[in-house]
Design a protein around this ligand. Structure first.
Ligand code: DX5
Ligand code: ZN
Length: 223
């Protein structure tokens, strides 16, 4: 059994009390903090930058959590050093934004950060063939990136399973992360397909229940 990590996306957190909201999720058992960086170009929305990574870094340190930064920005190579300095443990870039993906992945590793790559829902897994041996994480987008609170695209499950087979075939221990529309109701399905990191925004920071209760619902779904 591979360890499964829960990665609350702070996109859906209360930014007026970000540290407390994130701490509640980590105390309940989440062990990644997922940071969604959007530039209004690659995706329609504008969100947050290195300053917020810097702000959550001490919270992560207090709880031994991983700061997992998802860059939905054009020409991400311009900002890798800024996010590394701000304290990112993982920097994930979209293959759609990187014509020189191998160089970008190398640049991330040279900064002392674990490199990840990610694919939009309509981007083929074949785009990963040559880069897979070089990455520590692959993120499957199960919604079109840009906004929290969208519905899981059902064909993502088969894509996760095919990626799991590709990783196993080369003996890769890279994390297989899934992002978009993940809820307690589909968590077991994506883990059974081979995912090891589940991103959840609205299902952890939204709704009527507390953050701790939402994390507990994921844990119950996975046992
Ligand atoms: C979507 C982001 C996601 C998003 C997930 O573009 O990459 O991380 O915050 O939100 P939910 O879990 O609400 O779909
Ligand atoms: Zn994300």
């Amino acid at each position: 059994m591979r360890p499964i990590h829960l990665a609350p996306s702070i996109l859906s957190a209360d930014f007026a009390r970000l540290a407390a909201h994130v701490e509640e999720a980590l105390d309940a058992g989440a062990d990644f903090i997922h940071v969604d960086v959007m530039d209004g170009h690659f995706v329609p929305n504008i969100t947050i930058g290195p300053l917020i990574v810097e702000a959550v870094r001490p919270v992560a340190d207090r709880r031994g959590a991983v700061v997992d930064v998802h860059l939905m920005i054009e020409r991400p190579e311009r900002y890798l050093a800024d996010f590394a300095r701000a304290g990112a443990d993982i920097l994930t870039v979209h293959v759609e934004t990187c014509p020189h993906l191998h160089r970008t992945v190398q640049a991330i590793r040279e900064l002392g950060v674990r490199p990840g790559v990610t694919l939009n829902p309509a981007t083929s897994l074949t785009t990963l063939d040559e880069i897979l041996p070089y990455v520590d994480l692959v993120l499957i987008m199960s919604v079109n990136p840009g906004f929290g609170g969208q519905s899981y695209i059902p064909t993502s499950t088969a894509k996760i399973a095919r990626l799991r087979a590709m990783l196993d075939a080369i003996g890769s221990t890279a994390e297989l992360e899934v992002d978009g529309g993940i809820k307690p109701g589909n968590a077991a399905e994506v883990v059974a397909a081979g995912a090891t990191v589940l991103v959840a925004g609205s299902a952890i920071f939204g709704g009527a229940l507390s953050v701790a209760e939402n994390v507990a619902a994921f844990q119950a779904a996975l046992t």
